[in-house]
Design a protein around this ligand. Structure first.
Ligand code: FAD
Length: 228
């Protein structure tokens, strides 16, 4: 596997650990290279035409723009290409057919922050489609907030679940005085030689004892809201 990236390693919008783990697993990275064209024979891809890139001025993300170096084109033999370019919602149909307002730059659905509704009454948007690329937990939380907003729109009170009764007794003293600070446990990860050619889980989480120990970090700030 070979990853081509048109900027530098430090510009990659991926978690540092994930890049390091990929390198440790033997995946090659070539920086300052951009794909130009997939070349095929009899309907099968055989090579990727690429060009080398030159770093230029900084853009509004704080990263340097890149431009193609004239005459630097080369062909790389490949048997499969996995494009991993920026993604955006396919919102064109909603804009054209439903007149829903779409962010011109990110193509996300524009929603009213309070009602979570688009400009078209009764049409709501949640998750990555309205926030842009985020984490699964953001999308789940957003889905809950929008479900509540839909309920209010339909005449309900927006309360779709009751808070769980707390099993942890409230403390009357400031626990921070009693909490020891220490680094979190390192997770057990599958050895590199056992990772290739399978879909085995690499990050194995914590043991029961480690979980119990980590959970003792809780400062009882009482801000958790758990669905019933
Ligand atoms: C490569 C990658 C890695 C990621 N890694 C992580 C990670 O490690 N941890 C993490 O927390 N998050 C990760 N995320 C982000 C996370 O996947 C998203 O934030 C989350 O899935 C967004 O949820 P969503 O419900 O908004 O959208 P999605 O999960 O995209 O769900 C949208 C659904 O709508 C369906 N759909 C689309 N169009 C239509 C249509 N016209 N009609 C009917 N159905 C339609 C789609 O098929 C899809 O099932 C990653 C994302 C990517 C792309």
């Amino acid at each position: 596997m070979h990853v081509l990236y048109r900027r530098l390693k430090e510009d990659m919008p991926a978690l540092k650990e994930e890049i390091e783990e990929a390198i440790n697993e033997g995946i090659k990275f070539t920086f300052l290279v951009t794909p130009l064209q997939a070349l095929g024979v009899d309907g099968h891809v055989v090579a990727l035409k690429c060009a080398r890139m030159r770093l230029g001025a900084y853009d509004d993300t704080g990263r340097r723009r890149t431009t193609v170096i004239e005459g630097s084109e080369f062909e790389m033999p490949v048997d499969m290409i996995i494009p991993a370019l920026g993604q955006e919602p396919e919102s064109h149909f909603a804009e054209v057919e439903q007149n829903i307002l779409i962010d011109p730059k990110y193509r996300t659905f524009l929603v009213d922050e309070r009602t979570r509704m688009t400009n078209v009454p009764g049409i709501f948007a949640a998750g990555d489609d309205s926030t842009g690329p985020a984490m699964a937990s953001d999308a789940i939380g957003d889905g809950q907030r929008v479900a509540s907003a839909v309920d209010r729109y339909l005449g309900g009170d927006g309360i779709l679940w009751k808070k769980r009764e707390r099993l942890i007794p409230m403390t009357t003293y400031d626990e921070r005085d009693y909490v020891e600070t220490r680094k979190e446990f390192e997770q057990y990860v599958l050895p590199i030689e056992e990772r290739a050619h399978n879909f085995n889980e690499v990050e194995r989480g914590y043991s029961r004892d480690q979980v119990m120990e980590e959970a003792r970090h809780c400062l009882h700030c009482d801000r958790c809201v758990l669905p019933a």
